[in-house]
Write a protein that binds this ligand. Structure first.
Ligand SMILES: C[S@@+](CC[C@H](N)C(=O)[O-])C[C@H]1O[C@@H](n2cnc3c(N)ncnc32)[C@H](O)[C@@H]1O
Length: 221
């Protein structure tokens, strides 16, 4: 199916992950998927990330920049947020959206090999990206998030929680493909724990989001 193909089907040579190629269509799909609650859900995610004015934040697999801009609002003034994604098309869309916000920038990059030195960020966020990665790459990408966070820095991961109702789940699968239908979000927490994070909390946001937040142990230098 065409929608499933462009949501999860176009590979970038640098990553085993599946990149998006249609920024505008993804935007329309995102608005429909959240049924009018997208702003509310992503504002809440930005709040859960603990991003504060002055923080340096990174959004991994930022897509069209929806969460990136919510985090940008949280870190201003004096802070900054960088959104990274391997898809040029979604980055174009994100840059347009962030017009006139110099503290909100976007760059090409992949989760398995994040830009920036060890400890360069106060906050790392990532929404709806992990299910784009094959399972064998997920631990590596969370380890990278751990590496680029400073001691005491905070992580917020959010991903698609398939509906419990089997009919609704099947419908999601028919439209978006098997990745979202069977997304094992319960594995996010052990992934984060195994990467060395502590103070781990999990939760759900209506309608489709499971989130995990955690802290990199240690004191800020
Ligand atoms: C479903 S979209 C989510 C976008 C955005 N975070 C949001 O919440 O709307 C998943 C994004 O992950 C990106 N992606 C796929 N493989 C990736 C990788 N290896 N590293 C970083 N991003 C990746 C895709 O290009 C796509 O933009």
């Amino acid at each position: 199916m065409e929608l499933a193909r462009f949501l999860h089907g176009s590979a970038d040579a640098r990553t085993a992950g599946q990149t998006l190629t249609h920024g505008r269509a993804y935007e329309a799909f995102g608005n429909v998927l959240f049924g009018g609650r997208r702003r509310q859900v992503f504002t809440r995610l930005a709040r859960l990330s603990g991003a504060r004015p002055g923080d340096r934040a990174l959004d991994v697999g930022c897509g069209t920049g929806y969460l990136t801009l919510c985090v940008a609002d949280a870190v201003t003034p004096a802070g900054s947020v960088l959104g990274i994604d391997p898809s040029p098309d979604v980055l174009t869309h994100a840059r347009r959206r962030a017009d006139r916000r110099p503290h909100c920038t976007f760059a090409d990059g992949i989760a398995e090999n994040l830009p920036g030195p060890d400890g360069g960020y106060d906050v790392v966020v990532s929404s709806l990206m992990i299910h784009h990665l094959p399972e064998h790459v997920r631990a590596r990408s969370v380890a990278e998030m751990h590496r680029v966070l400073r001691p005491g820095g905070r992580l917020l991961l959010a991903d698609f929680r398939p509906p419990a109702n089997p009919v609704a789940r099947h419908l999601i699968g028919a439209v978006t493909g098997p990745v979202m239908e069977h997304n094992p979000v319960h594995l996010l927490e052990p992934l984060v724990r195994d990467a060395g994070f502590t103070q781990i909390e999990t939760g759900d946001l209506h309608p489709w989001i499971h989130h995990v937040r955690a802290t990199k142990p240690g004191r800020p230098e």
